[in-house]
Design a protein around this ligand. Structure first.
Ligand SMILES: Nc1ncnc2c1ncn2[C@@H]1O[C@H](COP(=O)(O)OP(=O)(O)OP(=O)(O)O)[C@@H](O)[C@H]1O
Length: 691
């Protein structure tokens, strides 16, 4: 079955460089401070290329755990991200192959699971829910699909699985998540929420293992992990490495960047890649590293951790000897180590492996898949609802806030209808303006603060292929909708009657419709801001710039008919103005006090335009729709930001499914091509083996 085929990743002459601003020497001149400032501000910045990875040749083998080691800044994360298709900045050169088929990071991303340093998981999910989300939204290939790779049409095979009764599929999912919980030692905390800095949940180690388990259950045949043990205590780090080794032993290709592995952790590695200054100084079996270093004249003592020896006595030899690393000396040492590696028999053996890779076919069932859109939507609706309910503080603050504003405005302008004509005009217009401003502003702030906190989760999940943007956006809006309706309804029920606005059910419903539309508009604008800027601080500093013109042209502060002509257009962009106009017309059209018609005359003086109430409400909704659409586009950009997620994805699949590169086919005997080595499906270790 090709789904069990091992995947060997090979790369040759891999380079990566980024543009960095050039350091121009500061002149020690006698020019005035002003001249120096001018020179600084107006000087044209020049950029130079910085090579982060330099001509790397290597291979990662299936069934083996490879550890990438090296000093900070040596390019470990860059290499991992490049292969996992997580980099879009800079320029990349060289070749990458999977089982001899040419590909790029974008192609590998269709096959590989990726765990980054941050372990971003929605904080209100429990460990079990997070793992089950991965199974539901990124279902592993079913037996039928694997068979399909051997001949049957794949869609038919997928349909066969989808046709299984829901209960049966649920039982399969539960069984799979139980296996993951056992394998990664997460049984004890299965029902604990993941948590975040604000609300403590599982421990750092458990969170990391949950992130790994989420990739494991998706059955990706390749796993890239960036520092899966950082921040863990020695025992948890060892446990995590042991689990990675077990995952590798099921035939998967596992590559992890490791920092300072202990001797026990080091002993669990099958292969080691040592990077220095963006170049390889060793790549091969772990057990041969010590012998190799001894041949370089750096023998490792019997009771010394080889990883410590590597760092302290080989990579940083000069620093150890002299107490400080001189730049030129360090460079010379790096050149020497790279040259020694290039001339070594180990490098020749590696070259042979690079030139004669595994050629087993890559199957369609090996590509990572996302569940059908409807299943995504159903799942996300449940998750978003659960998330809202598990954040009762946020929900209750919004409701309490609404009551507070309703009471505040109601009590300040209590029973305005019993006051004199002048006071009524002033109080009603003031309170209706306050209503418009408060409803709009509170909606913007509440949604942008909540969503900026979830931005990273969305970005990571979207990139990891959990769901499509339409399903996410629809679920987010559907779950938010009742809240955006309840908040203004609550406000209206309190404020309308306390204020003494016209006692007429029709007018009350118009008041509610206006505040609800305005809330929805504020919600959409908040989403747009949160999708466009990455921090709440940026949004808060930008908000006055956007908000003040809306406020100024909101209808109360400036009589637009008499304002500066070329600035009047701003009023047509202001949802506050439309809401205020609708509320004012609702109150003042035909409003009579003691038989005297005071409403229409007042409205004429206010010069709020000729649009009807309905037209004003429709215009608020049009702005809301525009902001919604723009927020969708901003989210789409956010999801693909920093990655070439969809880059020629179909073309990459085609290449991976196609025949191996000619150069490898001619290099290997015919017999090997016909009968690729087969790795049996994973057999799960007993959980008791793990600790
Ligand atoms: N986009 C970029 N622009 C400029 N420099 C970059 C960029 N990406 C990486 N670098 C630089 O490339 C070098 C390698 O970075 P990388 O993150 O791969 O190192 P690392 O070995 O993973 O380090 P660490 O162990 O500290 O995480 C660093 O000096 C880093 O500053």
């Amino acid at each position: 079955m090709s789904s069990s085929s091992p995947l060997q990743i090979t790369f040759s002459q891999l380079t990566h460089s980024v543009k960095v601003p050039m350091q121009t020497g500061e002149e020690k001149d006698e020019r005035s401070a002003w001249s120096r400032l001018k020179q600084r501000v107006f000087r044209k910045k020049t950029y130079g290329e910085r090579q982060i990875l330099r001509n790397l040749d290597g291979t990662f083998l299936p069934g083996r755990l490879t550890g990438i080691l090296g000093p900070s800044g040596s390019g470990k994360t860059t290499l991992l991200n490049l292969l996992a298709g997580q980099i879009s900045t800079g320029s990349t050169g060289g070749d990458i192959w999977v089982n001899g088929r040419p590909t790029t990071g974008a192609g590998l991303r269709r096959l590989a699971g990726y765990v980054n340093q941050e372990d971003v998981i929605l904080s209100t999910q429990t460990v079990q829910e997070a793992i089950e989300m991965s199974i539901t939204l990124r279902p592993p290939p079913q037996a039928a699909e694997i068979e399909a790779d051997d001949g049957l049409p794949l869609p038919a095979a997928m349909e066969a699985h989808a046709a299984k009764p829901a209960a049966e599929r649920r039982a399969e999912m539960r069984e799979r998540s139980d296996q993951a919980l056992a394998l990664f030692g997460l049984g004890k905390c299965r029902d604990t929420m993941v948590g975040d800095a604000g609300a403590k949940g599982v421990s750092g180690g458990e969170k990391k293992r949950t992130a790994i388990a989420m990739e494991w259950v998706s059955e990706a045949r390749v796993l890239f992990l960036d520092e899966p043990t950082s921040g863990l205590d020695a025992h948890s780090a060892l446990l995590a490495t042991r689990q990675l080794r077990q995952v590798a032993q099921t035939g998967r290709t596992v590559v992890a960047v490791l920092h300072q592995p202990s001797s026990e952790m080091f002993a669990l590695l099958d292969d080691v890649l040592v990077l220095l200054d963006g170049r390889i100084v060793y790549l091969g079996p772990r057990e041969q590293l010590v012998g190799y270093l001894a041949r370089l004249g750096r023998p490792c003592g019997m009771y010394v951790n080889p990883a410590d020896h590597l760092f302290n006595s080989v990579l940083f030899a000069e620093a150890a000897a002299d107490g400080a690393a001189d730049g030129a000396q360090a460079q010379a040492r790096a050149d020497e180590l790279v040259a020694a590696w290039a001339a070594s028999p180990e490098a020749a053996e590696l070259r042979r492996r690079v030139d004669t890779p595994e050629l087993a076919p890559v199957g369609r069932a090996q590509f990572r898949r996302t569940a059908p859109a409807l299943r995504q939507l159903r799942y996300l609706l449940t998750r978003e609802t659960r998330n809202a309910l598990r954040n009762p503080l946020v929900l209750s603050i919004r409701l309490v806030q609404s009551c507070f504003f309703g009471l505040l405005i109601g009590l300040v302008f209590l029973n305005t209808q019993n006051r004199s004509v002048d006071v009524q005009q002033q109080n009603f217009s003031g309170s209706l303006f306050f209503t418009s401003v408060a409803q709009f502003l509170v909606a913007i702030l509440s949604v942008s603060s909540v969503f900026t906190a979830q931005r990273l989760v969305f970005q990571r999940e979207r990139r990891a292929g959990y769901y499509g943007l339409p399903a996410y956006y629809a679920a987010k809006n559907i779950v938010e909708l009742p809240i955006q309706v309840c908040v203004p309804v609550l406000y209206s029920c309190i404020a309308y009657w306390l204020l003494g606005l016209r006692r007429d059910a029709g007018r009350f419903f118009i008041f509610v419709a206006t505040t609800v539309s305005l809330n929805l508009c504020g919600f959409a604008c908040g989403m747009l801001l949160a999708a466009s800027f990455d921090s709440l601080a940026t949004i808060l500093s930008l908000l006055p710039v956007v908000f003040m013109p809306f406020l100024l042209f909101g209808g109360l502060l400036v009589n637009t008919g008499n304002s500066t002509v070329w600035l009047r257009w701003i009023q047509w962009t202001s949802p506050i103005k439309y809401a205020y106009t609708a509320l004012m017309k609702n109150q003042f059209v035909g409003y009579r006090v003691g038989g005297q018609d005071i409403g229409d005359a007042y409205l004429r003086r206010a010069d709020l335009g000729s649009f009807s109430i309905a037209a004003n409400i429709v215009l608020i909704l049009v702005i809301a729709l525009l902001a919604w659409a723009m927020a969708f586009v901003a989210l789409a950009r956010l999801a693909s930001e920093g990655s070439k997620l969809h880059e020629r994805s179909a073309r990459q699949e085609e290449l991976l499914l196609g025949p191996p590169d000619e150069r490898f086919v001619s290099a290997q005997p015919q017999a090997e091509k016909q009968a690729p080595p087969r790795i049996e499906p994973p057999s799960l270790p007993e959980s008791s083996d793990l600790v």
